[in-house]
Write a protein that binds this ligand. Structure first.
Ligand SMILES: *Cc1c(COP(=O)(O)O)cnc(C)c1O
Length: 428
Protein backbone atom coordinates (compact mmCIF):
# COMPACT_ATOMS: atom_id res chain seq x y z
CA UNK A 1 0.00 0.00 0.00
CA UNK A 2 1.24 3.52 -0.74
CA UNK A 3 2.14 5.85 2.13
CA UNK A 4 -0.63 8.11 1.01
CA UNK A 5 -3.21 5.29 1.42
CA UNK A 6 -1.82 4.14 4.78
CA UNK A 7 -1.97 7.76 5.97
CA UNK A 8 -5.68 7.90 5.25
CA UNK A 9 -6.32 4.98 7.60
CA UNK A 10 -4.70 6.49 10.68
CA UNK A 11 -3.90 10.21 10.45
CA UNK A 12 -5.85 13.40 11.12
CA UNK A 13 -4.29 16.38 9.29
CA UNK A 14 -4.31 20.05 10.36
CA UNK A 15 -6.64 22.52 8.65
CA UNK A 16 -7.88 19.71 6.41
CA UNK A 17 -11.43 18.57 5.64
CA UNK A 18 -10.62 14.92 4.96
CA UNK A 19 -13.94 14.29 3.26
CA UNK A 20 -13.37 16.99 0.64
CA UNK A 21 -9.61 17.14 0.23
CA UNK A 22 -7.70 14.73 -1.98
CA UNK A 23 -5.26 12.29 -0.36
CA UNK A 24 -2.11 13.92 1.02
CA UNK A 25 1.06 13.70 -1.03
CA UNK A 26 3.64 11.53 0.72
CA UNK A 27 7.02 13.25 0.69
CA UNK A 28 9.95 10.87 1.00
CA UNK A 29 12.87 13.25 0.67
CA UNK A 30 13.85 16.91 0.59
CA UNK A 31 16.82 18.70 -0.90
CA UNK A 32 17.31 22.47 -1.11
CA UNK A 33 14.06 24.06 -2.18
CA UNK A 34 12.72 20.75 -3.58
CA UNK A 35 10.56 18.00 -2.10
CA UNK A 36 10.20 14.55 -3.68
CA UNK A 37 7.10 12.34 -3.36
CA UNK A 38 6.80 8.56 -3.27
CA UNK A 39 5.98 8.46 -6.98
CA UNK A 40 9.17 10.36 -7.78
CA UNK A 41 7.55 13.74 -8.52
CA UNK A 42 9.48 16.88 -7.61
CA UNK A 43 7.95 19.99 -6.04
CA UNK A 44 9.41 23.46 -5.63
CA UNK A 45 8.59 24.60 -2.08
CA UNK A 46 7.76 28.28 -2.63
CA UNK A 47 6.14 28.74 0.80
CA UNK A 48 8.96 27.31 2.93
CA UNK A 49 6.73 24.47 4.20
CA UNK A 50 4.28 26.69 6.12
CA UNK A 51 6.78 29.52 6.54
CA UNK A 52 9.39 27.68 8.58
CA UNK A 53 12.21 26.73 6.23
CA UNK A 54 15.04 29.24 5.71
CA UNK A 55 18.00 27.43 4.16
CA UNK A 56 16.42 24.62 2.14
CA UNK A 57 15.45 21.07 3.06
CA UNK A 58 17.84 18.50 4.56
CA UNK A 59 20.65 21.03 4.83
CA UNK A 60 23.88 19.11 5.59
CA UNK A 61 25.26 21.72 8.03
CA UNK A 62 21.98 21.78 9.98
CA UNK A 63 21.93 17.98 10.05
CA UNK A 64 25.52 17.78 11.27
CA UNK A 65 24.97 20.26 14.12
CA UNK A 66 21.76 18.53 15.20
CA UNK A 67 23.44 15.13 15.16
CA UNK A 68 26.38 16.42 17.23
CA UNK A 69 23.98 17.78 19.83
CA UNK A 70 21.93 14.57 19.92
CA UNK A 71 25.04 12.52 20.63
CA UNK A 72 26.05 14.89 23.44
CA UNK A 73 22.81 15.79 25.25
CA UNK A 74 19.29 15.30 23.88
CA UNK A 75 17.28 16.89 26.68
CA UNK A 76 17.37 17.99 30.29
CA UNK A 77 14.75 19.49 32.60
CA UNK A 78 15.06 23.29 32.35
CA UNK A 79 13.94 24.18 35.88
CA UNK A 80 16.96 24.05 38.16
CA UNK A 81 19.22 23.12 35.23
CA UNK A 82 20.62 24.88 32.20
CA UNK A 83 22.93 24.11 29.27
CA UNK A 84 25.28 25.72 26.84
CA UNK A 85 23.09 25.71 23.66
CA UNK A 86 20.26 27.52 25.52
CA UNK A 87 22.62 30.14 26.93
CA UNK A 88 24.50 30.71 23.70
CA UNK A 89 21.27 30.97 21.71
CA UNK A 90 19.85 33.55 24.15
CA UNK A 91 23.07 35.58 23.92
CA UNK A 92 23.03 35.50 20.15
CA UNK A 93 19.30 36.26 19.82
CA UNK A 94 19.66 39.24 22.14
CA UNK A 95 22.61 40.47 20.07
CA UNK A 96 20.36 40.93 17.01
CA UNK A 97 17.01 41.76 18.69
CA UNK A 98 16.03 45.37 19.53
CA UNK A 99 18.38 46.71 22.21
CA UNK A 100 15.72 46.88 24.94
CA UNK A 101 15.22 43.08 24.96
CA UNK A 102 17.06 41.42 27.82
CA UNK A 103 15.55 38.02 28.71
CA UNK A 104 14.62 34.93 26.67
CA UNK A 105 11.86 32.49 27.69
CA UNK A 106 11.76 29.30 25.62
CA UNK A 107 8.76 27.22 24.53
CA UNK A 108 7.85 24.88 21.65
CA UNK A 109 5.98 26.71 18.89
CA UNK A 110 4.42 29.97 17.75
CA UNK A 111 1.18 29.57 19.68
CA UNK A 112 3.03 28.95 22.94
CA UNK A 113 5.34 31.89 22.21
CA UNK A 114 2.28 34.18 22.02
CA UNK A 115 0.53 32.53 25.00
CA UNK A 116 3.65 33.16 27.05
CA UNK A 117 3.75 36.79 25.87
CA UNK A 118 0.12 37.42 26.83
CA UNK A 119 0.54 35.75 30.22
CA UNK A 120 3.76 37.68 30.86
CA UNK A 121 2.04 40.98 30.08
CA UNK A 122 -1.02 40.29 32.21
CA UNK A 123 0.96 38.95 35.17
CA UNK A 124 3.38 41.87 34.91
CA UNK A 125 0.50 44.19 35.86
CA UNK A 126 -0.86 41.72 38.41
CA UNK A 127 2.52 41.53 40.14
CA UNK A 128 2.63 45.34 40.25
CA UNK A 129 -0.86 45.32 41.80
CA UNK A 130 -2.68 46.90 38.87
CA UNK A 131 -6.00 45.56 37.62
CA UNK A 132 -5.18 45.52 33.92
CA UNK A 133 -6.08 42.48 31.85
CA UNK A 134 -7.61 43.67 28.57
CA UNK A 135 -5.72 43.10 25.35
CA UNK A 136 -5.85 45.06 22.10
CA UNK A 137 -5.26 43.27 18.79
CA UNK A 138 -5.66 43.97 15.09
CA UNK A 139 -8.62 42.82 13.04
CA UNK A 140 -7.47 39.98 10.70
CA UNK A 141 -4.73 39.04 13.19
CA UNK A 142 -3.48 35.49 13.58
CA UNK A 143 -1.49 34.59 16.69
CA UNK A 144 -1.99 30.82 16.92
CA UNK A 145 -4.47 28.07 17.77
CA UNK A 146 -4.38 27.70 21.56
CA UNK A 147 -7.14 29.46 23.54
CA UNK A 148 -5.23 32.61 24.44
CA UNK A 149 -3.76 32.91 20.97
CA UNK A 150 -7.20 32.31 19.42
CA UNK A 151 -8.70 34.97 21.68
CA UNK A 152 -6.39 37.67 20.33
CA UNK A 153 -6.75 36.44 16.73
CA UNK A 154 -9.45 37.45 14.26
CA UNK A 155 -12.80 35.83 15.05
CA UNK A 156 -14.38 33.79 12.28
CA UNK A 157 -14.78 30.28 10.94
CA UNK A 158 -11.59 29.09 12.68
CA UNK A 159 -12.85 30.19 16.11
CA UNK A 160 -16.67 29.97 15.84
CA UNK A 161 -17.05 26.76 17.84
CA UNK A 162 -15.15 28.30 20.74
CA UNK A 163 -16.40 31.89 20.68
CA UNK A 164 -18.06 31.74 24.13
CA UNK A 165 -14.85 30.42 25.65
CA UNK A 166 -12.51 33.11 24.31
CA UNK A 167 -11.71 36.16 26.41
CA UNK A 168 -12.83 39.61 25.29
CA UNK A 169 -10.36 41.48 23.14
CA UNK A 170 -10.48 45.01 21.75
CA UNK A 171 -9.97 44.72 17.99
CA UNK A 172 -8.76 47.77 16.10
CA UNK A 173 -8.72 48.09 12.31
CA UNK A 174 -5.53 47.50 10.36
CA UNK A 175 -3.62 50.64 9.41
CA UNK A 176 -3.60 49.78 5.71
CA UNK A 177 -2.26 52.43 3.36
CA UNK A 178 -4.43 55.54 3.50
CA UNK A 179 -6.34 54.29 6.55
CA UNK A 180 -3.66 54.89 9.18
CA UNK A 181 -5.49 57.79 10.85
CA UNK A 182 -8.57 55.61 11.52
CA UNK A 183 -6.47 53.06 13.40
CA UNK A 184 -4.75 55.74 15.46
CA UNK A 185 -8.13 57.33 16.32
CA UNK A 186 -9.61 53.96 17.29
CA UNK A 187 -6.68 53.18 19.54
CA UNK A 188 -6.98 56.58 21.21
CA UNK A 189 -10.73 56.17 21.64
CA UNK A 190 -10.33 52.78 23.36
CA UNK A 191 -7.61 54.16 25.59
CA UNK A 192 -9.75 57.09 26.66
CA UNK A 193 -12.68 54.74 27.38
CA UNK A 194 -10.86 51.94 29.17
CA UNK A 195 -7.17 52.79 29.09
CA UNK A 196 -6.38 52.00 32.70
CA UNK A 197 -7.60 48.40 32.28
CA UNK A 198 -5.63 47.61 29.11
CA UNK A 199 -2.61 45.39 29.73
CA UNK A 200 -1.15 45.04 26.26
CA UNK A 201 -1.38 45.53 22.52
CA UNK A 202 -0.34 42.49 20.44
CA UNK A 203 0.41 42.80 16.74
CA UNK A 204 2.15 41.16 13.80
CA UNK A 205 4.67 43.82 12.76
CA UNK A 206 4.39 45.02 9.10
CA UNK A 207 2.88 41.80 7.68
CA UNK A 208 -0.21 39.91 8.88
CA UNK A 209 0.39 36.34 7.71
CA UNK A 210 -2.61 34.03 7.94
CA UNK A 211 -4.94 37.05 7.69
CA UNK A 212 -3.96 37.28 4.02
CA UNK A 213 -0.40 38.68 3.86
CA UNK A 214 -1.75 42.14 4.62
CA UNK A 215 0.98 44.77 4.83
CA UNK A 216 1.29 48.15 6.54
CA UNK A 217 4.00 50.69 7.19
CA UNK A 218 6.50 50.96 10.03
CA UNK A 219 5.67 54.66 10.58
CA UNK A 220 2.14 54.04 11.79
CA UNK A 221 3.26 51.11 13.94
CA UNK A 222 5.76 53.44 15.57
CA UNK A 223 2.91 55.85 16.33
CA UNK A 224 0.77 53.09 17.84
CA UNK A 225 3.65 51.82 19.99
CA UNK A 226 4.35 55.36 21.20
CA UNK A 227 0.71 55.93 22.15
CA UNK A 228 0.68 52.62 24.04
CA UNK A 229 3.87 53.30 25.96
CA UNK A 230 2.65 56.80 26.90
CA UNK A 231 -0.49 55.19 28.31
CA UNK A 232 1.03 52.32 30.28
CA UNK A 233 0.12 49.63 27.75
CA UNK A 234 2.71 46.95 27.01
CA UNK A 235 3.41 46.18 23.35
CA UNK A 236 3.90 42.63 22.05
CA UNK A 237 5.41 42.10 18.59
CA UNK A 238 4.46 38.67 17.25
CA UNK A 239 7.44 38.02 14.95
CA UNK A 240 6.64 34.32 14.66
CA UNK A 241 6.33 34.65 10.89
CA UNK A 242 8.24 37.89 10.20
CA UNK A 243 11.37 36.95 12.18
CA UNK A 244 14.70 35.75 10.84
CA UNK A 245 14.99 37.72 7.63
CA UNK A 246 11.57 37.35 6.02
CA UNK A 247 10.99 41.11 5.88
CA UNK A 248 14.52 41.86 4.65
CA UNK A 249 15.91 42.65 8.10
CA UNK A 250 16.53 40.09 10.85
CA UNK A 251 13.27 41.22 12.48
CA UNK A 252 10.43 43.43 11.26
CA UNK A 253 11.01 45.48 14.43
CA UNK A 254 14.31 46.49 12.84
CA UNK A 255 12.27 48.93 10.71
CA UNK A 256 10.89 50.69 13.81
CA UNK A 257 12.36 53.60 15.72
CA UNK A 258 10.43 52.56 18.83
CA UNK A 259 10.78 49.13 20.39
CA UNK A 260 8.15 46.67 21.65
CA UNK A 261 8.29 45.38 25.24
CA UNK A 262 7.85 41.71 24.29
CA UNK A 263 8.75 39.78 21.13
CA UNK A 264 7.47 36.32 20.06
CA UNK A 265 9.64 34.08 17.89
CA UNK A 266 9.17 30.64 16.31
CA UNK A 267 8.83 29.20 12.77
CA UNK A 268 12.16 30.16 11.15
CA UNK A 269 14.01 30.11 14.47
CA UNK A 270 15.39 26.60 13.83
CA UNK A 271 15.66 27.14 10.09
CA UNK A 272 12.58 24.96 9.75
CA UNK A 273 14.07 21.82 11.25
CA UNK A 274 12.44 21.52 14.67
CA UNK A 275 9.46 22.80 16.66
CA UNK A 276 10.65 25.62 18.91
CA UNK A 277 9.56 28.99 20.25
CA UNK A 278 10.90 31.89 22.28
CA UNK A 279 9.43 34.94 23.95
CA UNK A 280 11.79 37.77 24.83
CA UNK A 281 11.15 40.76 27.07
CA UNK A 282 12.68 43.85 28.61
CA UNK A 283 14.43 43.97 31.94
CA UNK A 284 11.53 46.07 33.26
CA UNK A 285 9.13 43.16 32.67
CA UNK A 286 11.51 40.50 33.97
CA UNK A 287 12.11 42.57 37.13
CA UNK A 288 8.41 42.62 37.98
CA UNK A 289 8.61 38.84 38.54
CA UNK A 290 11.57 39.06 40.94
CA UNK A 291 10.45 38.94 44.55
CA UNK A 292 10.87 37.22 47.90
CA UNK A 293 7.24 36.37 47.41
CA UNK A 294 7.03 33.11 45.40
CA UNK A 295 3.52 33.93 44.21
CA UNK A 296 5.07 36.44 41.78
CA UNK A 297 6.85 33.62 39.91
CA UNK A 298 5.99 33.10 36.25
CA UNK A 299 4.28 29.71 36.59
CA UNK A 300 4.63 28.59 33.03
CA UNK A 301 6.77 25.94 31.35
CA UNK A 302 6.66 23.09 28.90
CA UNK A 303 8.23 19.64 29.17
CA UNK A 304 10.50 20.39 26.25
CA UNK A 305 11.37 23.97 27.28
CA UNK A 306 14.78 24.90 25.81
CA UNK A 307 15.27 21.47 24.27
CA UNK A 308 19.04 21.33 23.58
CA UNK A 309 18.61 19.79 20.12
CA UNK A 310 16.21 22.56 19.09
CA UNK A 311 18.63 25.14 20.54
CA UNK A 312 21.48 23.57 18.54
CA UNK A 313 19.32 23.69 15.41
CA UNK A 314 18.58 27.37 16.08
CA UNK A 315 22.29 28.08 16.55
CA UNK A 316 23.14 26.31 13.29
CA UNK A 317 20.42 28.26 11.46
CA UNK A 318 21.75 31.46 13.04
CA UNK A 319 25.23 30.65 11.65
CA UNK A 320 23.81 30.28 8.14
CA UNK A 321 21.43 33.25 8.38
CA UNK A 322 24.12 35.73 9.42
CA UNK A 323 26.50 34.64 6.63
CA UNK A 324 27.09 37.25 3.95
CA UNK A 325 25.83 34.87 1.26
CA UNK A 326 22.46 34.41 2.97
CA UNK A 327 22.04 38.14 3.56
CA UNK A 328 22.79 38.74 -0.13
CA UNK A 329 20.20 36.11 -1.10
CA UNK A 330 17.61 37.87 1.03
CA UNK A 331 18.39 41.18 -0.71
CA UNK A 332 18.27 39.53 -4.11
CA UNK A 333 14.86 37.91 -3.47
CA UNK A 334 13.46 41.22 -2.18
CA UNK A 335 14.71 43.05 -5.29
CA UNK A 336 13.27 40.39 -7.63
CA UNK A 337 9.88 40.73 -5.93
CA UNK A 338 9.96 44.49 -6.48
CA UNK A 339 10.70 43.92 -10.20
CA UNK A 340 7.84 41.43 -10.41
CA UNK A 341 5.46 43.99 -8.94
CA UNK A 342 6.65 46.73 -11.29
CA UNK A 343 6.16 44.67 -14.45
CA UNK A 344 2.75 43.33 -13.40
CA UNK A 345 1.05 46.59 -12.46
CA UNK A 346 -1.34 46.20 -15.39
CA UNK A 347 -1.84 42.45 -15.18
CA UNK A 348 -5.53 41.63 -15.72
CA UNK A 349 -5.86 39.12 -12.89
CA UNK A 350 -3.25 40.18 -10.34
CA UNK A 351 -4.33 42.99 -8.02
CA UNK A 352 -2.88 44.68 -4.92
CA UNK A 353 0.63 43.50 -5.63
CA UNK A 354 2.73 44.02 -2.54
CA UNK A 355 5.96 42.89 -0.95
CA UNK A 356 7.89 43.28 2.26
CA UNK A 357 11.39 41.87 1.95
CA UNK A 358 11.21 38.24 0.80
CA UNK A 359 7.41 38.05 1.12
CA UNK A 360 5.48 38.75 -2.09
CA UNK A 361 1.67 38.76 -2.18
CA UNK A 362 -1.15 39.61 -4.56
CA UNK A 363 -4.88 39.07 -4.86
CA UNK A 364 -6.56 37.28 -7.73
CA UNK A 365 -9.41 39.15 -9.32
CA UNK A 366 -12.51 37.04 -8.77
CA UNK A 367 -16.25 37.51 -8.90
CA UNK A 368 -16.75 35.18 -5.96
CA UNK A 369 -17.19 36.44 -2.41
CA UNK A 370 -13.63 36.34 -1.07
CA UNK A 371 -12.89 34.23 1.96
CA UNK A 372 -10.57 31.51 3.18
CA UNK A 373 -13.03 28.97 1.82
CA UNK A 374 -13.08 30.60 -1.56
CA UNK A 375 -12.99 27.81 -4.13
CA UNK A 376 -10.61 29.91 -6.19
CA UNK A 377 -8.01 29.13 -3.49
CA UNK A 378 -8.08 25.38 -4.00
CA UNK A 379 -8.22 25.72 -7.78
CA UNK A 380 -5.15 27.96 -7.68
CA UNK A 381 -3.42 25.49 -5.37
CA UNK A 382 -3.98 22.67 -7.87
CA UNK A 383 -3.05 24.86 -10.82
CA UNK A 384 0.42 25.44 -9.33
CA UNK A 385 0.79 21.94 -7.89
CA UNK A 386 0.23 20.45 -11.34
CA UNK A 387 3.28 22.44 -12.44
CA UNK A 388 5.34 21.10 -9.54
CA UNK A 389 5.14 24.30 -7.50
CA UNK A 390 3.83 24.45 -3.94
CA UNK A 391 1.93 27.68 -3.40
CA UNK A 392 -0.89 27.57 -0.90
CA UNK A 393 -3.16 30.56 -1.51
CA UNK A 394 -5.04 32.13 1.40
CA UNK A 395 -8.47 32.45 -0.23
CA UNK A 396 -7.79 34.49 -3.36
CA UNK A 397 -4.42 35.75 -2.11
CA UNK A 398 -1.33 34.17 -3.68
CA UNK A 399 1.93 34.67 -1.86
CA UNK A 400 5.55 33.58 -2.08
CA UNK A 401 7.73 33.08 0.94
CA UNK A 402 10.64 31.02 -0.38
CA UNK A 403 13.64 29.55 1.43
CA UNK A 404 16.54 32.01 1.01
CA UNK A 405 18.58 29.54 -1.04
CA UNK A 406 16.15 29.78 -3.98
CA UNK A 407 18.04 30.56 -7.21
CA UNK A 408 16.95 33.30 -9.57
CA UNK A 409 15.91 30.79 -12.27
CA UNK A 410 13.72 28.98 -9.78
CA UNK A 411 12.12 32.23 -8.65
CA UNK A 412 11.52 33.05 -12.31
CA UNK A 413 9.76 29.72 -12.79
CA UNK A 414 7.34 30.58 -9.98
CA UNK A 415 6.83 34.14 -11.26
CA UNK A 416 6.11 32.81 -14.79
CA UNK A 417 3.56 30.35 -13.46
CA UNK A 418 1.77 33.21 -11.70
CA UNK A 419 2.03 35.57 -14.67
CA UNK A 420 0.62 32.89 -16.97
CA UNK A 421 -2.60 32.78 -14.94
CA UNK A 422 -4.20 35.16 -17.40
CA UNK A 423 -4.11 32.71 -20.28
CA UNK A 424 -4.17 29.40 -18.39
CA UNK A 425 -6.47 29.71 -15.42
CA UNK A 426 -10.16 29.79 -16.15
CA UNK A 427 -11.74 32.09 -13.63
CA UNK A 428 -15.33 31.07 -14.20
C1 LIG B 1 2.08 30.64 12.58
C2 LIG B 1 1.91 31.78 13.49
C3 LIG B 1 1.66 31.59 14.85
C4 LIG B 1 1.45 30.21 15.44
O1 LIG B 1 2.58 29.43 15.34
P1 LIG B 1 2.45 27.82 15.46
O2 LIG B 1 3.86 27.35 15.55
O3 LIG B 1 1.76 27.38 14.20
O4 LIG B 1 1.66 27.54 16.67
C5 LIG B 1 1.59 32.69 15.66
N1 LIG B 1 1.75 33.93 15.17
C6 LIG B 1 2.00 34.16 13.86
C7 LIG B 1 2.20 35.55 13.39
C8 LIG B 1 2.07 33.09 12.97
O5 LIG B 1 2.28 33.32 11.67
Amino acid sequence: MSLSKRDQQVIWHPYTQAQLNTAPIAIVRGEGIYLFDEAGNKYLDAISSWWVNLHGHAHPYMAKKIEEQLLNLEHVIFAGFTHQPAIELAERLLSILPANQSRVFYSDNGSTATEVAIKMAVQYWHNKRFVKNKVIAFEHAYHGDTFGAMSVSARGSFTDAFSDLLFDVIHIPLPLKGKEAITVQQLQKHISESGDTIAAFIFEPLVLGAGGMLMYEADVLDQLIKICSENGILTIADEVMTGFGRTGKHFACGYLSGQPDIICLSKGITGGTMAFGATTCTNEIYSAFLSDDRSKTFFHGHSYTANPVACAAALASFDLLTKKECQQNIGRIAASHIDFIARNQDHKMLKNLRSTGTILAMDIETNEQTSYFNSVGSRLYNFFLNQGIILRPLGNTIYLMPPYCIEYDELKRVYSAIESLESNFKND
